[in-house]
Design a protein around this ligand. Structure first.
Ligand code: ASP
Ligand code: MG
Length: 474
């Protein structure tokens, strides 16, 4: 019997009808003989709203809390009504929702009185999104007469350190505990329904795995019970060669390796939790991305490199917007170890994340890419810490650029890929501002003017035949 962990995200849970649809899907797979563990994230946009409510509580906006409570209550009660048909179950779930939201209001009121929002209390507030949504899914499954059991992530056995906001699971304890809790249920034919995203410290204080963390919950559980596959259900067919909204010839990618998928998530192809693939990769459990609204489509399968059909050289292209280029130069940097370290140190101290780096062999300048919204901060700290002290001569910036990244493991073993990429870009008359290739050789990234980003992508997409990649069209 196949053991599958299935995670459903906000996009699959946008209203009561969709939740009913999700429950029916789970029911179908149960009837086909699969053993299923379900992981649920918050209803669409609820986590963002909880975050805003916590912020408003902190600054003393009492009216906002009141309205927020009404809004969130109505949303969840409405969804429950639509999802669940049996009156008795519906009432039971409605009662849990009311009690849970009253508890949430108390927490927000506490923040309001103290006027302080710690990352610990924020995690507590955010945890309500998953507690509410998972309760509704649990009720809907019962309505379909599925034998099921509700657990929060911590009840299921996930323990973390106390790095609130982005806690790290203590994997060994977690795996042992989850296995002990979950496996006996599966043996009895019970479907566990578990809140994504939430965990707790060893002292039972609620933590979160960081935004988008439900994917991570699914792979942690999958690794713990040694599932056959982990399925991430969303509202698109899978990972695409590029964003189909920007390029109509973009195609679904049927298979890719863990390493390739990791590169793609780094570049934001799907907003998957950056660490989500790790537990699956370690235990070699395939991860499948599937469309809740098109379940017949096999989706994208992410698996071990060795098992993958030999694919294209370039598999996918990402475009990272809202970034800026910073160039730090000065002859004083030549042959002086430690300058790069200083630059990255001052940025790191300000929590400015560096997305891409390149330094020419002359060492007279270092260029790097950061998010555009941290540009002015970066400029100021670099000036204060380095320029004013004579360590560098100039800091210049460009804020109208984007990063194009071509991803594919085939690049590693194929000479001449970079030259093909850069020739086709040159033929289109597009100027490249900066280039980087990580030593993994799984991606080549370069920077162009933002207005030319999509053109650059189209050129590579055509050059490497991604629009006719020979894969099946579903
Ligand atoms: N609800 C959480 C978030 O929005 C976790 C998740 O959706 O995976 O970040
Ligand atoms: Mg999500």
């Amino acid at each position: 019997m196949k053991k599958i962990v299935m995670k459903f995200g906000g996009a699959s849970l946008s209203n009561g009808e969709n939740i009913r649809h999700v429950a029916n899907l789970i029911n179908d797979y149960c009837n086909q003989g699969y053993s299923i563990v379900v992981v649920i994230s918050a209803l669409e946009s609820v986590t963002d709203k909880l975050d805003q409510a916590a912020e408003q509580a902190k600054i003393g906006n009492k009216e906002y809390i009141k309205l927020f409570k009404e809004e969130i209550m109505e949303k969840h009660l409405m969804v429950t009504k639509r999802a669940i048909k049996n009156r008795q179950i519906e009432e039971e779930i409605e009662n849990i929702i009311r009690t849970t939201i009253n508890e949430l209001t108390k927490v927000l009121t506490g923040i309001f009185y103290i006027g302080e929002l710690t990352s610990k209390s924020r995690d507590y507030v955010l945890s309500f999104g998953e507690r509410l949504s998972t309760t509704i899914v649990w009720g809907t499954l019962r309505d379909l007469r599925i034998d099921t059991q509700y657990y929060t992530g911590n009840e299921a056995g996930i323990v973390t350190n106390d790095n609130f906001g982005e806690a790290t699971p203590l994997l060994e304890v977690t795996k042992r505990q989850v296995k002990k809790k979950i496996e006996p249920l599966l043996e009895k034919g019970i479907v566990p329904v578990i809140t994504g995203f939430i965990a707790a410290t060893q002292d039972n204080v609620i933590t979160s795995l960081g935004r988008g963390g439900s994917d991570y919950t699914a792979t942690i559980i999958g690794a713990s019970i040694r599932a056959d596959e982990i399925w991430i259900w969303t509202d698109v067919d899978g990972l695409m060669t590029f964003d189909p909204k920007l390029l109509t010839s973009a195609k679904l990618i049927p298979e890719l390796s863990f390493q390739e998928a990791t590169e793609m998530t780094i570049f934001g192809a799907k907003s998957m939790h950056p660490k989500a693939l790790e537990p699956a990769m370690e235990k070699n459990i395939p991860v499948r991305i599937k469309n809740t609204f098109n379940p017949k489509n096999p989706g994208t399968l992410i698996l071990d490199e060795l098992k993958i059909k030999r694919g294209e050289i370039v598999k996918a292209i990402s475009l990272v917007k809202d970034v800026a280029l910073v160039n730090v130069s000065g002859a004083g940097m030549v042959g002086k170890p430690g300058t790069a370290a200083k630059i990255f140190q001052v940025l790191g101290d300000e929590n400015i994340n560096i997305l891409m780096i390149s330094q020419s062999i002359s060492e007279a300048s270092i260029s790097f890419i950061i998010r555009r919204n941290s540009l002015s901060k970066a400029f100021n700290v670099l000036n204060a810490a380095l320029l004013d002290r004579g360590l560098i001569r100039e800091v210049s910036v460009e804020d109208d650029v984007c990063v194009v990244a071509a991803v594919g493991a085939g690049m590693k073993s194929t000479p001449g890929v970079a030259s093909r990429i850069f020739s086709v870009i040159a033929r289109r008359g597009i100027n490249i501002r900066m280039i980087a290739q990580g030593s993994s050789e799984l991606n080549i990234s370069f920077v162009v003017k933002e207005t030319e980003g999509v053109n650059a992508v189209r050129a590579i997409h055509e050059e490497f035949n991604l629009d006719h990649n020979g894969f099946l069209d579903f």
